[in-house]
Write a protein that binds this ligand. Structure first.
Ligand code: SF4
Length: 428
């Protein structure tokens, strides 16, 4: 498959998600898969992509083909698919107080799993640099967190509680659903035990796994940073050490007091991602009618500069395409690139609150052509400033990685059915 064809496919599918019937989902689960994120079967294409929650009206549909799975677009074969193996540590569910349904304590990173984002084409400076893989000739990188573990100590957000949430917000839950797990002492006990179980189950390959801690914005000047610190402290206390991972990343709104950035780093976070999401100040207030939307870009720049002094890994941000003027978005990419900050460029996904927003007709998923144009222009900007693409190393794969160097899913996350299988596409 040519690179451009892969890009087209990825871009189309990442904005639509995939329709999947409850029956099929049950079957997938019964086969030992984790029916959330899926990947192209031929590991030489790209990483997994997410389909939960936003695929109901998608032209893409998952079907079973003999003993495998494939994605069809409007009834036509589109690509092969498979899923993560459901690891045993997922059985350690947690039931938040006030909720009936138990949920995973640690998740596989599906949020970032299918994202394509631009990367520059400048020369690399490090042996491990992605430019080595792309060989400076391809303006995209797929952020594929094959081995990404995610901890959400709170599903809710201060702004959803106040009913002034960001219009594009993907968080399906709501602050009032009592999903503030961090207020529950049982949660911490279970988190430590689950992480210890994960380390044991994954074994030596744990060093090929990343950890992301993410939550909605929490009350307080620290924007919830103390909870993030507690996550790593809990792991440390339980294991007696902090395991050596690909990275430990905090995704957080910049704390108002920058001392919290230092505390996050001291706790063991190596990377930090502070998502601007919308660049233009007027558009920010329209799309994010809350304190975040009123936070000036200058505040983010100060936080980026401070974070770059502190964190040993990456300081990155995100902008969402389709919910703001493309020219404004690209101004943002350039502004951040001039500070040495890579921008993860994601399309608007009609999921959670975003789905409701789309239903008003005010916003639509950006087309593949629009995304390609934005990606290409953003890649040129990153090249101009010699800024590398985001290095979410939970299995980052390049669309030009045909060249073969990529992280494989660790065994604990791969169903034995998928070892050495021929893809359906060979027969298609
Ligand atoms: S996008 Fe983030 S900050 Fe905005 S409402 Fe959702 S969780 Fe809160």
């Amino acid at each position: 498959m040519s690179e451009s064809s892969i890009v087209d496919k990825k871009i189309k599918i990442q904005g639509h998600g995939i329709k999947i019937t409850p029956e099929l989902k049950t079957q997938i689960a019964s086969e030992g898969y984790y029916p959330i994120a899926l990947t192209w079967l031929t590991d030489d294409i790209t990483g997994p992509f997410s389909f939960t929650g936003y695929g109901d009206e998608s032209p893409f549909e998952l079907r079973r083909v003999e003993d495998r799975y494939a994605v069809f677009e409007n009834g036509e074969y589109f690509t092969d698919a498979t899923f993560y193996k459901k690891p045993d540590f997922f059985n350690r569910l947690h039931t938040a107080k006030g909720l009936d349904n138990p949920q995973d304590t640690i998740f596989i990173d599906e949020g970032m799993s299918g994202v394509i984002t631009p990367c520059g084409t400048a020369k690399d400076t490090h042996e491990s640099d992605l430019f080595k893989i792309t060989q400076g000739k391809f303006p995209y990188v797929t952020v594929a967190c094959y081995n990404g573990l995610v901890i959400w100590p709170a599903w809710g957000c201060l702004y959803t509680k106040a009913k002034n949430q960001c219009k594009f917000c993907c968080i399906p839950g709501d602050y009032d659903e009592h999903k503030l797990l961090h207020t529950d002492s049982d949660y911490w006990e279970n988190l430590g035990a689950t992480f210890a179980a994960a380390v044991k189950e994954i074994g030596p390959e744990i060093s090929q796994v990343s950890l992301t801690v993410d939550s909605g914005t929490l009350p307080g000047r620290d924007k919830g940073a103390h909870v993030y610190v507690k996550v790593l402290d809990t792991i440390k206390q339980r294991l007696g050490y902090l395991p050596n991972l690909l990275y430990r990343r905090a995704v957080i709104e910049p704390p108002l007091d920058f001392e919290w950035l230092q505390r996050l780093a001291d706790a063991g976070f190596t990377d930090i991602q502070m998502d601007v999401d919308v660049y233009d100040e007027v558009e920010r207030r329209r799309v994010m009618p809350n304190a975040k939307g009123h936070r000036p870009i200058a505040d983010y720049i100060k936080a980026f500069r401070k974070a770059k002094e502190i964190f040993p890994g990456e300081v990155a941000t995100q902008l969402v395409a389709g919910i703001q003027d493309d020219e404004n978005l690209l101004k943002g990419v350039e502004h951040f690139a001039s500070e040495g900050i890579p921008t993860l460029l994601t399309p608007f996904l009609p999921f959670g609150h975003g789905r409701r927003w789309r239903d008003t007709g005010e916003v639509e998923v950006p087309s593949a052509q629009r995304m390609k144009t934005v990606y290409q222009r953003a890649a040129a900007i990153l090249t101009k400033y010699n800024v590398p693409p985001p290095q979410f190393r939970g299995g980052v794969s390049s669309l030009a990685e045909t060249m073969g160097r990529r992280l494989k899913r660790v065994k604990a996350l791969t169903n034995p059915r998928d070892f050495d299988r021929e893809p359906i596409s060979v027969a298609a």
